[in-house]
Design a protein around this ligand. Structure first.
Ligand SMILES: C[S@@+](CC[C@H](N)C(=O)[O-])C[C@H]1O[C@@H](n2cnc3c(N)ncnc32)[C@H](O)[C@@H]1O
Length: 266
């Protein structure tokens, strides 16, 4: 097992089922002790569709398959004492080194200590052909595993049980930006963060439901008025819930005037 040549995984490199076509635009490699969590999510909805369409690939690799002892041990107690178990370096290194991927492609360590994931990082990562995620579990990683990563990314200021949800979150956020994965590319245009703002409210039929009425402007057929209404609601939403975003958002003169009015109303 240990004599296998590099990049020739002897086992347990599982590709998502459903006959993923070769030559996908973007391949996600996920190193995880729980490949079934990744596979299950990626079988459904938009990411599942992107895989079927040949735009995405998701492959999972288990460090347990690279453990050297007969118990396939992947974790051990921390040096210096303390609670919990820490992921051992040897199976993780062997597992990552087995992955067939361009050598300069990003390897993302999921960790609460990393930079916080956001839409602009998602957009940047769409330029890659391969992205590898390393999912921790238990108390975390042996520090030496950090050296395998080119980037450390956190989902936010809280602690999750493992790196699978962060990896899936990033796969979803990046994957849906790949052209052809979403039904209509236009559905990305007004989404939150796309133009630096949160998205405003949306409505569908019926026009009236339990005394709640869809704003008349949306039913007016006046496209300019609808665009302005949507822009103002997006500005309002961002102003109230994420004012920090307004500092960087590209704003027009009329956006600024509208925001000045909102400030006066406070
Ligand atoms: C229980 S956590 C370990 C937390 C670690 N002891 C600490 O205090 O930073 C186990 C694994 O879940 C993943 N994880 C937990 N929270 C995360 C977050 N906010 N962002 C990204 N990954 C996270 C990481 O892969 C981490 O190694």
């Amino acid at each position: 097992m240990t004599n296998e040549p590099p990049n020739q995984p002897p086992f347990a490199q599982t590709e998502h089922a459903d006959g993923q076509p070769q030559g996908a635009v973007l391949t996600f490699h996920v190193v995880t002790l729980f490949p079934e969590e990744i596979d299950q999510y990626c079988r459904t909805s938009i990411i599942g569709r992107g895989i079927k369409a040949g735009k995405l690939k998701v492959k999972t690799y288990s460090p347990r398959d690279f453990a050297l002892d007969k118990y396939r041990k992947v974790d051990d107690t921390p040096y210096g004492g303390g609670a919990g178990m820490v992921l051992k370096p040897e199976p993780m290194f062997a597992c990552v080194e087995s992955i067939l991927r361009p050598p300069d492609s990003p390897v993302i360590l999921t960790t609460p200590q990393g930079r916080v994931f956001n839409q602009s990082l998602a957009v940047k990562l769409t330029q890659q052909t391969d992205i590898t995620f390393l999912c921790g579990h238990y108390e975390g990683f042996d520090e030496r595993i950090r050296s395998l990563a080119t980037m450390e990314v956190s989902l936010g200021d809280y602690v999750l049980t493992g790196g699978e949800l962060p990896a899936l979150t990033m796969i979803d956020a990046i994957g849906r930006l790949i052209p052809g994965v979403l039904g209509k590319t236009v559905s990305l245009a007004n989404e939150s963060f796309n133009d630096g703002l949160l998205e405003g409210p949306q409505y569908t039929k019926p026009a009236e439901f339990r005394d709640m009425v869809v704003p008349a402007v949306l039913r007016s057929g006046d496209h300019q008025a609808v665009d302005r209404w949507r822009r103002e609601r997006a500005l309002e939403e961002t102003f109230h819930n994420r004012p920090d975003l307004l500092e960087k958002a590209p704003l027009t003169k009329s956006d600024k005037e509208f925001l000045a009015k909102l400030k006066k109303q406070l």
